[in-house]
Design a protein around this ligand. Sequence first.
Ligand code: HEM
Ligand code: HEM
Length: 240
Amino acid sequence: MTTASRADAPVGDALAVAQAPSIKSVYVFEAPVRVWHWINALAITVLALTGYFIGKPLPTMPGEASDHFLMGYIRFAHFTAGYILAIGLLGRIYWAIVGNYHARELFWLPVTNLAYWREVFRMLLWYLFIAARPNQYVGHNPMGRFMMFTMYLLVVIFMICTGFALYGEGAQAGSWANRLFGWVIPLFGSSQDVHSWHRLGMWVMVSFVMLHIYAAIRDDIMSRQSMVSTMISGRRTFKD
Ligand code: HEM
Ligand code: HEM
C-alpha cells in the first residue's frame, strides 16, 4: 500500500515522498564475500577467547582431574575455529580471483598511486575529527582498506602460519601441519617464542577488530553512506 492510498496518512505525506531526495545504491559485496566476512568474524572471536585461556588457563577445577576436560574443549574449539579460519581464507582467495573488483581490494594496496594516499590522509582527518565530512566510496574507503590489508590480512596469515606450526608440534613429525609449517619454530627460535608471537598477534587482531567495529558503526551513522547493512545485503546506499 502506498503512502498516498493510506486512508489515515496525512495529506502532506504523499508530497513529502514525491519531493524526497532519491536514494541510490550500488551492489558492492557479493554473497560469498559477505558469508565469509561473518563466518570469519565468528571464527576470530572464538580464536581470541579460547586462545586467551590457552595461554592463561583457568584456576584449578575442583574434584578428580579425570572428571574434567575443560582445557581439552577449549583447545578443541580453538583448533576447529583455526581450521575454519584457514579454509575460509583459501575460499576467500579463490573468490578474489573469480569475483568482482571489490572482492580483490582486501588483497593489495595501490601503493604507487598518489591519489590513493591522498584519500587515505583525507579519511585519517575524518577519523581524527578534523575533517567535517568523509568522501563517498563504493568499495572500501582507502583508510579502511589500508587497515584491512596491514592489520587484518598480514596478521591473519601470520596467525595461520604460527598457529599451524604449534599445531604441527602437537600432531608430531610427519603430520601435514608439521611438514608444511615445521620451519616456523626454528625461525623464531623455540616453541615458546612462537607461543609469545602468536599471542602478541592476537592483541594486534583484537586492536583491529575494536577499531574496525567502531569505524563501521560510526561511519554508518555519520558518513552519508551505509556500512553495516552493506555487509549484510551487499548494497551500498548513498543517503544524499
Ligand atoms: C586470529 C587467529 C588466532 C588467534 C587470535 C589465536 C590466539 C591464540 C592464543 C592467544 C594462544 C595462546 C598463546 C600462548 O599464550 O601460549 C594460542 C595458542 C595456540 N593456537 Fe592460536 N590463534 C589464532 C589462530 C590459530 C590457528 C589458525 C591455529 C591453527 C590450528 C592455531 C593454533 C594454536 C595452537 C596449536 C596453540 C597452542 C595450543 C597449546 O599450546 O595448547 N591458532 N592461539
Ligand atoms: C572479528 C570481527 C571482525 C573481523 C576480523 C572483520 C574483518 C573484516 C574484513 C577483513 C573486511 C574486508 C572484507 C573484504 O574485503 O572481503 C571487513 C569488512 C567490513 N566489516 Fe568486518 N570484521 C569483523 C566484525 C565486524 C562487525 C561486528 C561489523 C559490524 C558492526 C563489521 C562490519 C564490516 C563492514 C561494514 C565492512 C565493509 C566495510 C566497507 O564497506 O568498506 N565487521 N571486515
